[in-house]
Design a protein around this ligand. Structure first.
Ligand code: BYC
Length: 332
């Protein structure tokens, strides 16, 4: 929705001084921790930032089903299969809540999906890495969902009501996902030497990409400062990354695994683990679509979209029939 359309909705002509007053009032509401709802006036840039972040987040959930979906047919037991199926279904549900939250901002799910499929919209860099062994499913739950929780729990208190409410439910489910991943890692680490080695290899492969999930360093984050002023983000990328490292290193120690970072050490004075340099060139390459399995991911999404065309058509035809029947009833 453009500012002109929002003014029209509120029955007013666009007026620059009114715009300034509204912007100031809007920021005061944010500063007072009030929730902004879809019917409320909001600056166009706030709406756009939210649509960008929420839709990217929704795409990440949906693309995030692919690396784990790859292992549903090869889960090592019936119990593991049932748990993994439930987790992957949850991710699909998260995508739906998030697309629905973004739709309240005047963008349709169809538009968002088209942006994903055309490559115009981003999704998390992490899902462009392959899942090579069963231990990767453990590492994803432990590290990727762990990083997601660290990033997303604060969003439950973000300024936009529909996003905050969607995140509350998502975070509850993410905690179960993190625990199931850690439990896989624990079992492998306490298993045969080969199983422990599988767990170590998975940690080696997923550790650095998990740190990249939090986004570029604060100095290079384009949207960070404004996102925080609007309380769309509550913490900077670096602060969340550090919190994640601080909680995860002791978990690796408990597993008896070694972090793939020779520079990692505990800084007593600061009370934080200091970690080595992140390869930001790799991050940029992966975000631009150069990840090891980026092409496969988009191919799989496009195929799923094409294969699902008949379902969308049938649902629309059914809705149209219902609408026509209702209209007939009202008329007659
Ligand atoms: N991958 O200015 P910045 C999950 C982009 S977990 C790709 O700091 P912002 C799941 C960024 O979009 C993952 N792109 O941006 C877990 C921006 O580009 P645009 C999803 C990235 O928005 C387990 C540019 O780099 N979670 O879903 O302030 C199983 C500059 O960055 C990445 C969320 O989306 C990245 N890692 O901060 C299944 C949580 N990092 O947009 C599913 C909500 C940055 O200008 N999102 N970029 O083209 C956020 O909290 C924030 O959007 C971010 C980035 C922290 C990700």
């Amino acid at each position: 929705m453009t500012p002109a359309q929002i003014h029209e909705l509120h029955g007013e002509a666009a007026d620059p001084t009114l715009e300034e007053r509204r912007t100031a009032r809007f920021q005061a509401r944010i500063d007072a921790d009030e929730k902004i709802e879809p019917v409320d006036w909001m600056p166009e840039a706030y709406r756009k930032t939210l649509v960008r972040q929420i839709s990217q987040h929704a795409h990440s959930e949906v693309v995030g089903m692919l690396p784990e979906g790859n292992w549903i047919g090869r889960a090592p037991s019936l119990r593991r299969k049932a748990v993994l199926l439930a987790k992957v279904q949850d991710e699909g549900g998260h995508g739906l809540y998030l697309y629905a939250a973004a739709e309240t901002l005047g963008v349709s799910r169809q538009e968002m999906v088209e942006q994903l499929l055309s490559g115009a919209a981003k999704y998390s860099s992490i899902f462009n890495y392959p899942t090579l062994s069963w231990a990767d499913i453990g590492a994803i739950g432990w590290l990727v969902d762990g990083a997601a929780i660290m990033n997303q729990v604060p969003i439950c208190r973000c300024s936009f009501g529909p996003y905050a409410r969607a995140m509350q439910r998502i975070c509850k489910e993410e905690s179960f996902h993190q625990r199931q991943g850690y439990e896989i890692m624990l079992q492998l680490s306490r298993g045969t030497p080969e199983q422990k080695q599988m767990a170590q290899d998975a940690l080696d492969r997923w550790w650095w990409p998990s740190l990249m999930m939090f986004g570029p360093p604060d100095g290079e984050s384009q949207h960070g400062a404004q996102g925080m002023a609007w309380k769309i983000k509550l913490f900077g990328n670096d602060e969340l990354r550090q919190k994640f490292v601080d909680v995860t290193v002791p978990q690796a120690e408990y597993l008896g695994l070694t972090m793939p970072d020779p520079d990692l050490r505990f800084d007593e004075a600061a009370g934080h683990y200091r970690f080595g340099a992140i390869d930001w060139d790799e991050f940029k390459r992966v975000v631009k679509g150069g990840g090891p399995v980026a092409r496969d991911r988009m191919k799989a999404r496009r195929r799923a979209y094409d294969d699902g065309a008949w379902v969308r058509e049938a649902a629309l035809a059914h809705a149209e029939k219902k609408r026509a029947r209702r209209a007939e009833k009202i008329a007659g």
